[in-house]
Design a protein. Sequence first.
Length: 191
Amino acid sequence: MKLQIIFGSTREGRQGEKVALWARSQALALENIEIDYTDLRDINLPFFNEAVSPSMIKDGSYSNETQKAWAKRVRSADAYIIVTPEYNHSYPAVLKNALDYIYHEWSNKPVGFISYGGGAGGSLAVEQLRLVVAELQMVSIRESIHIGLFHASPFNEEGKMTNPHLNMQFASFATQLLWWAEALKNARDKN
């Protein structure tokens, strides 16, 4: 089983790197799971401007090399964790762009969300992301993790998690995500 963790912020001085690296460390402790940690800062996808919608390209024969490489990486995963900040009650444009770049590679796979932000812990970004992934024919798991960073951060100065409740919540979150990953992988394999 392959799990792709997508960190959806590319800003300078971004606060979420602690969150994304925490999610990665928790995922690495899972048994029999391969992890693809994907920082969108490293991918550097230009804004999507192709003439044909990715939903119309069923065989993956995209016209540009960036799109082909991104499609290959996403296609190889069985499940996704998206780590996102909340900007103005939504999520970053760079994350929307990454989702919009391809289509069928996301379909029939589960996704879980870990968000961070102010008082709502990024939950408003997750609400909007659920609408987008539904259109991509993904299964959004019910459980999500929302982390408030600005009033009382659960991370110490070295970036280590200090809240054991969040570690327990991740375990429950991962159990749900991997259940769906296995169920959907079995269904995809039958087709």
